[in-house]
Design a protein around this ligand. Structure first.
Ligand code: NAD
Ligand code: MG
Length: 384
């Protein structure tokens, strides 16, 4: 029986993690959850389990929950996320699932590594902004960090038992997002509703927009570089519209191992939760008779400028990645609030990254300060 500590329980990844736990009550025990804006959803989840801890947005929400769940410790804010990430430090089989969205996931990841906890990471922003810190800490601690992101989970599966030294390339597949069949001219007129309509996956709003701009794929290249200790020039994105091959590893003998499955996040989540065991899960089998064809196209960097920008920010290193993420978080929020157009997202992020003078190897405190500064600046300019 493994204890699960779940950050971001009310989101898309969080709810799918809970589904797996509820299907397998002999294997997993949900101990603690966090939520932010969806208090009713959080109460609904909490009433189905006997939890040790619930972390909420602020003290006001905490006071509401304290009246309902008198046996559970209720915590709030950033400190609450920390308490959840480091609860029961002696629990060696405990697993922290980080399903938060945004850079808020970085600090609790660091805190969990410091208590040697195993982490299943959906929150890719952690590696985008703080990959260098995470890599360094993982070398000093016993904590293991496994990816839930489907592409990285696929690479992890394909690498199983292989020597990293024999890897030639990682090939990361991309669906192309909601607007993959539109020209740049046509992108001028797209709406929020169009952008939220992903062709293959049902996910949280931010990652759905990030998929349409391909910022998501750019983030995933950075995520892969840190997870698998590989140079950026050996990671290749490729458009694969069916999302059946979730990514591939090419070895130095030119053999390629691909991982294929239905596009269903419950598979990578379940693989990571049960690792190193495989179990029959909730995902349906593939039917090649129905699929018939798989397509691949090279990525057009002019069509998707944020993809190239992510590579540039990674290569320039240091604080550029924090700026890339902060500008993108705010630009996506402004777009979700209908305050800017779809193409404004790109312009805001490109300007912020190009105007920033890089600080090499930033500390956690420096990253947090830069994040705040960039977000405040952009909000000030556009929030009218
Ligand atoms: P979501 O928006 O559905 O859920 C996010 C969760 O984080 C919610 O529980 C929300 O309450 C919480 N949260 C939001 N802002 C917060 C804040 N400031 N402080 C504390 N908690 C906060 O997002 P999601 O789609 O589940 O994605 C979660 C992460 O997983 C993201 O980093 C995303 O890129 C990654 N990911 C998601 C999918 C997917 O299929 N949804 C696939 C791959 C990777
Ligand atoms: Mg992904």
């Amino acid at each position: 029986m493994k204890n699960i500590y779940l950050l971001g329980a009310t989101g898309s990844i969080g709810l799918q993690t809970i589904e797996i736990i509820e299907e397998n009550p002999d294997d997993f025990n949900l101990v603690a959850i966090s939520g932010y804006n969806q208090l009713d959803e959080l109460i609904d989840i909490a009433s189905r389990f006997s939890l040790r801890m619930i972390s909420v947005k602020n003290e006001e929400d905490a006071n509401v929950l304290k009246k309902v769940f008198t046996e559970t410790t209720i915590v709030s804010g950033d400190e609450g996320l920390k308490e959840l990430a480091t609860l029961n430090p002696g629990d060696k089989d405990g697993i922290l699932v980080n399903a938060l969205v945004g850079m808020v996931g970085l600090r609790p990841t660091i805190e969990a590594i410091q208590i040697d906890r195993t982490i299943l990471l959906a929150n890719k922003e952690t590696l985008v902004v703080g990959g260098h810190l995470i890599q360094e800490l993982l070398e000093q601690h016993k904590s293991k960090l496994y990816p839930l992101d489907s592409e990285h989970n696929a690479i992890w599966q394909a690498l199983n038992g292989e020597d990293l030294a024999s890897v030639k390339r990682l090939i990361i597949t991309a669906s192309g997002g909601a607007f993959r069949d539109l020209s740049r001219e046509e992108l001028k007129h797209v709406t929020l509703k169009d952008a939220l309509n992903h062709p293959n996956w049902s996910m949280g709003q931010k990652i759905t927009i990030d998929s349409a701009t391909m910022m998501n794929k750019g983030f995933e290249l950075i995520e892969a570089a840190y997870l698998f200790h590989i140079d950026m020039d050996r990671i290749q994105p490729i458009i694969h519209r069916e999302s059946i091959i979730h990514s591939m590893v090419e070895f130095n003998d030119n053999s390629i191992i691909a991982q294929m499955a239905q596009h269903d996040m419950r598979l990578p989540i379940s693989y990571a939760m049960y690792y190193p065991k495989r179990t029959p899960g909730l995902t349906q089998p593939l039917d090649f008779g129905t699929i018939k064809e798989l397509h691949f196209e090279e990525v057009d960097y002019e069509r998707y400028p944020l993809l190239g920008l992510a590579i540039e920010a990674y290569q320039q290193g240091g604080s550029k990645r924090a700026v890339l993420n902060a500008a993108n978080e705010i630009a996506v929020s402004l777009f979700l609030e209908n305050k800017i157009t779809f193409l404004d997202i790109e312009n805001i992020v490109i300007d912020a990254v190009h105007n920033h003078k890089v600080i090499p190897n930033p500390s956690l405190e420096e990253i947090i300060a830069i994040d705040k500064e960039i977000k405040t600046q952009i909000r000030f300019e556009y929030d009218r």
